[in-house]
Design a protein around this ligand. Structure first.
Ligand code: NAD
Length: 439
């Protein structure tokens, strides 16, 4: 099929590259010229496993190209996938500005194009956004009826940053919210041959499923970290507790997100929890559990700050800065928050994260780092050794093998504050100079 993908961020560039590798003819659209140029040069605008090779390959074979020109993309495609961002507004509500703008642009181009075209929304949005906000915009611009003159579907994305290419080809499920059967068929034709169960549901159900997923992931992480904190205070190994808890076959609980570790973050879980809770409040629905997931996460981060304070050291190193391993994504990263807290308390910091350095070099994340985190940009080190030479206390927020292989053992070197339960945590626990947040 001929597909246009709007938004070449984490979701859009992975979707575009993977669809192109399946043989679809894909044109990516972004307002950001740097991302468009990177893709056309055969380079990935994000750091993710396998995405660099994949984009190089599909750009070389000609199944993927990128543009800033919406009209060109729409004229050349039968299906549009909308993957623009839906961040939080300052009051926690969902920001739909990018969705509205791109829908207007697509609608205006479709009015010129004629013929059937299906607009598929992959961005995460609250139930009601598509039918009450975006469909009226499309109908106004197209001058017709959605489901008749223009296809509309919602197809939420369940990829996890760090393994997103793998997740695309082996999705946990495929959810299609369809206005009409032809729109749903157009979405499913894109993914023909991929494994996993398909759910064809009403559009608001598809929108809500994504929130159930992300709210539950946040809840599980909060639960595991609170169990970890209580166990630690009571002198119990929480990982052993969780291993046995999860081994109960009759409970059949997925271990995903249930290992005590560091606080969660990223561009999805916090903002999706915030907008879900905001929507509940507006609808006058009391949601005490959902309302406390983010405060629980904030408390966990505070425990890490206090742990560093207890060491009494002032020269600190941080390994890891992105919100999780395998990505360069810094949005709402708990490690960024931790670095900012320590920086604010006057700690002399050095930070090393290989993916963030690489992304800064490529230019993909440079703008974000230099505009949003200029105070941290100056603290970024070029190597693991630079951090180790500087630090009296090292916070380890990554399992990057390059870092782990160089971490000193046996109390030889800086105090290690283990935020992620290192693979050798059990052995380290008996050693001097080791503190674990996630026992
Ligand atoms: P992102 O911020 O990385 O990318 C969004 C891109 O859209 C940016 O490159 C931006 O320049 C571009 N854009 C904005 N307006 C545009 C327009 N009018 N035309 C063309 N491009 C435009 O966002 P993301 O992380 O890829 O997330 C996209 C959506 O997918 C969000 O709703 C998010 O909640 C959801 N989602 C994200 C993930 C994830 O892991 N990142 C997973 C599942 C779902």
């Amino acid at each position: 099929m001929r597909v246009s993908v709007f938004g070449l961020g984490y979701v859009g560039c992975v979707s575009a590259a993977c669809l192109a590798s399946m043989g679809h003819d894909v044109i990516g659209v972004d307002v950001n010229q740097v991302k468009v140029d990177l893709v056309n040069d055969g380079r990935a605008p994000v750091v993710e496993e396998r995405i660099g090779e994949l984009i190089a390959e599909v750009v070389r074979t000609g199944t993927l190209r990128a543009t800033t020109d919406v009209r060109e993309a729409i004229m050349d495609s039968e299906v549009s996938l909308v993957c623009v961002g839906t961040p939080s507004e300052p009051n926690g509500s969902l920001c739909t500005t990018y969705l509205e703008r791109v829908t207007q642009e697509i609608g205006a181009a479709l009015a010129e194009r004629g013929g059937r075209h299906t607009v598929v929304f992959r961005s995460t949005m609250l139930p009601g956004t598509c039918l009450n906000l975006l469909v009226p915009i499309l109908e106004k611009y197209v001058g017709g009826t959605a489901g008749v003159d223009v296809g509309v579907a919602v197809n939420p994305e369940f990829l996890r940053e760090g393994t997103s290419v793998k997740d695309f080809f082996d999705p946990p499920k495929t959810v299609v919210g369809e206005l009409d059967a032809a729109s749903g068929d157009a979405v499913l034709a894109l993914y023909e041959g991929l494994p996993g169960e398909v759910f064809r549901v009403p559009i608001p159900t598809a929108e809500a499923i994504k929130y159930a997923d992300n709210a539950f992931h946040g809840l599980k992480i909060g639960f595991a970290n609170e169990m970890g904190a209580v166990c630690q205070a009571l002198g119990v190994d929480s990982h052993q507790v969780m291993d046995v808890f999860l081994a109960d076959r009759k409970l059949n609980i997925s271990p995903a997100y249930l290992r005590p570790g560091f606080a969660f973050g990223g561009s999805c879980l916090p903002k999706d929890l915030r907008s879900l809770v905001h929507a509940a409040r507006r609808a006058d629905v009391s949601v005490p559990i959902l309302s406390h997931v983010l405060p629980s996460n904030a408390d966990h981060l505070q425990r890490a700050v206090e742990m560093v304070e207890r060491t009494g050291k002032r020269r600190a190193g941080i390994f890891g800065l992105s919100f999780k391993p395998g990505t360069d994504d810094l949005r709402e990263s708990p490690l960024v928050e931790l670095a900012e807290r320590l920086f604010g308390k006057g700690y002399d910091l050095r930070i090393y994260d290989a993916n963030v350095s690489l992304s800064r070099l490529l230019g993909a994340n440079r703008e974000y780092i230099e505009n949003r985190l200029p105070h941290l940009a100056q603290l970024l080190a070029d190597s693991v050794e630079e951090v180790l030479d500087h630090a009296e206390v090292c916070l380890v927020g990554t399992r990057d093998p390059q870092v782990l292989s160089k971490l000193p053992r046996g109390g030889d070197g800086p105090v290690i504050v283990d935020l992620v339960h290192l693979p050798d945590a059990d052995a380290r626990r008996a050693e001097p100079g080791y503190m674990g947040l996630a026992w």
